[in-house]
Design a protein around this ligand. Structure first.
Ligand code: ASP
Length: 440
């Protein structure tokens, strides 16, 4: 049994948080690989170390002193070390970073130092070996991770050991440091879990898993105990974001369970994400037909109509091409017989609306084009909805009872979602009605 754990910025923010991390790691001998973020915010108006490092680099670029900012971030780490009574040579490490900065250290290399220092301190505190990300996480020239090389390197470095790895960065073949996009320590954790064929990837953060609905809309929504990657994709696409969006690929490939846990509430089981769950193990709980509800406002629908359109060859392609040429992603395409509609981001459409309309008129030979704005999309997502009659009936009658007008309906044949378009002003009410009728 081997567990890979990743602790995010809030879990690494102070000595008190380090103590919680240690209690979690020490509670289970199989928690042998620990990936850490840079120190995050202690309070809402605090600074993230990574932000300070980027700020430092910007100062240097413009020839402005960054002593004050560097002093702040140094202080954060020194405080943690001293409060925990550790002997890590931070002064030496900080001096090396300063020296690097004077010698033109790259932005990525400087930004990575938050994770690096966190890793050194946490390794010292846990009594684990520190394995630098540059020793195993290799980027190819095209910016993707060289998985074969990286996995083999980590397997060798980690064999039979308890280790701490800094998240967020790795190295190119020439040794230069490269980072993922922001929040990328999640990906490091997933890669480590996949490399080591971990039994589980525990992603420790400051929430007890993914919630069934947005807590700003639904009061105290329940956490989702189990969710598949497909469902998660649907939910996060429409707004529910807990993980970096590239996190899931390495662990999904190997069907390694990803467990989101709360460092501040370690007994809570959180949310388990997997490629698939064994149906027999699924609780036959009526309330769980729906896994979660997500949505986004401010879509626009462009409806194109023309007599005989349904039998015209290539019309839809032409319309798609026009949107593509304007750099607009078409998110849904509900169709009628001689009408089809394209749902796109309202803000993006605004910028090219006139040009799009004139091209549709010209290339599709119709003037019957309607644009409706202020559409919200709400999706009820759930793998257990498939092959279960009556679910959409329940959705529609609940909304009807509340007097909410549905402007668009779509369901893909996998039946993992029911997507509804409503007026933006009905957005919150729609989410609440769905939640109440399925979960409460
Ligand atoms: N420290 C990095 C960031 O703030 C990466 C991470 O925490 O995942 O984006």
């Amino acid at each position: 049994m081997l567990k890979v754990l990743k602790f995010g910025g809030s879990s690494m923010a102070s000595a008190a948080q380090y103590a919680k991390v240690k209690a979690i790691v020490d509670a289970d001998e199989t928690r042998s690989v620990v990936v850490v973020s840079a120190a995050g915010k202690r309070t809402a108006d605090d600074h993230k170390i990574t932000d300070l490092l980027y700020l430092c680099h910007a100062h240097m670029r413009y020839g402005v002193s960054c002593d004050a900012v560097f002093g702040m971030l140094s202080q954060r780490y020194l405080e943690i070390r001293d409060a925990l009574g550790l002997s890590t040579d931070l002064e030496g490490e900080l001096a090396k970073i300063r020296e690097g900065m004077e010698n033109g250290m790259s932005e990525a290399a400087l930004a990575s130092r938050g994770e690096y220092l966190s890793g050194l301190l946490m390794a010292d505190y846990l009594g684990f070996e520190f394995v630098d990300a540059t020793q195993w996480l290799r980027f190819s020239l095209d910016g993707t991770v060289d998985q074969d090389w990286s996995y083999a390197a980590l397997r060798e470095l980690a064999a039979g050991k308890h280790i701490v790895i800094p998240g967020f960065y790795g190295a190119m073949a020439d040794g230069s440091i490269r980072t993922f996009t922001r929040g990328g320590s999640d990906i490091t954790g997933a890669l480590a879990a996949a490399a080591l064929d971990a039994d589980i990837y525990e992603n420790w953060t400051d929430v007890s898993g993914i919630l069934m609905a947005d807590p700003r809309i639904v009061e105290n929504p329940e956490p989702i105990p189990r969710v598949t990657y497909t469902e998660l994709r649907e939910l996060s696409y429409l707004g529910a974001q807990v993980l970096h969006e590239d996190t899931i690929f390495p662990v999904a490939e190997k069907n390694i369970p990803l467990n989101i846990r709360n460092t501040n509430d370690p007994t809570h089981p959180g949310t388990v994400i997997m490629e698939r769950f064994d149906e027999d193990e699924e609780p036959a709980d009526e309330r769980r037909f729906i896994t979660g509800i997500a949505g986004k406002k401010d879509y626009a629908v462009v409806s194109i109509s023309k007599r005989g359109l349904s039998s015209e060859i290539g019309a839809i392609r032409k319309a798609f091409e026009i949107f593509e040429n304007h750099g607009l992603a078409v998110e849904y395409t509900p169709n009628g017989i001689d009408t089809f509609s394209l749902v796109v981001s309202g803000a993006k459409l605004d910028k090219s609306l006139h040009s799009i309309i004139s091209q549709v008129q010209e290339k599709l030979g119709t003037k019957d084009i309607q644009v409706k704005k202020d559409l919200a999309i709400v999706a009820a997502v759930g793998r257990r909805m498939a092959n279960r009659p009556g679910i959409s009936g329940r959705v529609f009658s609940a909304l009807g009872r509340e007097g909410i007008n549905i402007r668009l309906i779509s369901q893909d044949p996998r039946e993992v979602n029911i997507i509804l378009g409503v007026d933006s002003q009905d957005f919150a009410a729609t989410v609440r009605v769905l939640y109440d009728s399925f979960v409460k």
